[in-house]
Design a protein around this ligand. Structure first.
Ligand code: IPM
Ligand code: MG
Length: 367
């Protein structure tokens, strides 16, 4: 199969982690006889520096006309001073909106090899951590009006949170469908004791529930959910929630699995092009030092193979290669706990160990 992948290296550790994901994709292409070509796209701080715009329209076009988009990370202190509507993150929001990817799927699953890296007590970890956060991605407060005005002697800032029934319904359906394919438990997370948008959210979720009698729907306030995720994460199967709650809860959920550096994500929607990115940020403090964990990005590339290219076998091969590198004790700094028996390695070395485990049957046959 021939596939053109738009690659956004971005800022901070973005270029290093993407480099490793691309070499793993190349190893897969070689082994299975696919042809992956890469279109480089500038987005984030790097695009601000080059064009004065975090995502120029022609860069977005390159993404829209690709088969799929792989993204590292954007942002950093260098661009903290730029106006809000030109920040690196605005490029990411424009990309998500431009690709119409309203459904962001963020798995929180603990790798057995990393159980001891979880900050939770062992008895809580042993009960199991394996759930998915389905986050609404192109609505809510992220996309409402933002303004800062002077009233009298002080500044007043406003951010507007809006959801329509149809926006809630389409993400709700993804939540139910995802739960149907898993443990059939959907927890809808909201703040209906305060927000109108959450009360509408609940109304839509309850009416959808009638079409999914096999899925058990529960409702949970977001503050309680933040607590339950650390108290007993084994209770969750699929969480569906709005944009900002999903942003916050997914960072929390990732951390209990050991490290945010391990967690991939897929963003899918109305269009045909999916967006795949690790859930962590650009980590400017460790950028260029070869210490970042490339696994979240590599697993995001595996999700791309599975969800956008229907390459289930290839995706499983990639995930097994990651698992095998962990089995053999390779650990980047974020998942290294100093105990004996593990090899502390850098970003490049982790990538090489994973590539090595994918191997190349065709080349072996040629030899
Ligand atoms: C994420 C990030 C982004 C978000 C930032 C970089 C805009 O935190 O993907 O979770 O808030 O969506
Ligand atoms: Mg976030």
């Amino acid at each position: 199969m021939k596939k053109n992948i738009a690659v956004i290296r971005g800022d901070g550790i973005g270029p290093e982690i993407i480099e490793q994901a691309v070499s793993v994709l190349d190893a897969i292409a070689l082994k299975y006889g696919h042809e992956f070509t890469y279109t480089e796209v500038d987005m984030g701080g790097v695009a601000i520096d080059k064009y004065g715009d975090p995502l120029p329209d022609e860069m977005l076009e390159k993404c829209i006309s690709s088969d799929s988009v792989l993204l590292g990370a954007v942002g950093g202190p260098k661009w903290n001073g730029v106006p809000g509507d030109k920040r690196p993150e605005k490029g990411l929001l424009k990309l998500r909106a431009g690709l119409k990817v309203y459904s962001n799927n963020r798995p929180a699953k603990i790798w057995k090899q990393l159980a001891s890296s979880s900050p939770l007590r062992p008895d809580i970890v042993q009960k199991g951590i394996d759930f998915i956060i389905v986050r609404e991605l192109i609505g809510g407060i992220y996309f409402g009006e933002h303004k800062t005005e002077k009233k009298g002697s002080e500044l007043i800032a406003t951010d507007v949170l809006t959801y329509s029934e149809s926006e809630i319904e389409r993400i709700g359906k993804i939540g139910f469908e995802t739960a149907r394919k898993r443990g059939k438990k959907l927890c809808s997370v909201e703040k209906s004791n305060v927000l109108d948008s959450s009360r509408l959210w609940n109304k839509v979720m309850r009416s959808l529930a009638a079409s999914y009698p096999d899925v058990q729907l529960t409702e949970m306030l977001v503050d309680n959910c933040a607590m339950q995720i650390v108290k007993d994460p084994s209770q969750f199967d699929v969480i569906v929630t709005e944009n900002m709650f999903g942003d916050i809860l997914s960072d929390e959920a990732s951390m209990i699995t050991g490290s945010i550096g391990m967690i991939p994500s897929s963003s899918l929607g109305a269009g045909t092009v999916g967006l795949y990115e690790p859930i962590h940020g650009s980590a400017p403090d460790i950028a260029g030092k070869d210490v970042a964990n490339p696994i979240g990005t590599i697993l995001s590339a595996a999700m791309m193979l599975k969800f956008s290219f229907d390459m289930d076998k290839e995706a499983a091969d990639m995930e097994n290669a990651v698992s095998s590198a962990l089995d053999d004790g390779y650990r980047t700094a974020d998942i290294y706990n100093g105990n004996g028996g593990f090899t502390l390695c850098g970003c490049g070395e982790m990538g090489r160990q994973i590539v090595k485990r994918i191997g190349n049957t065709n080349r072996e046959q040629e030899i």
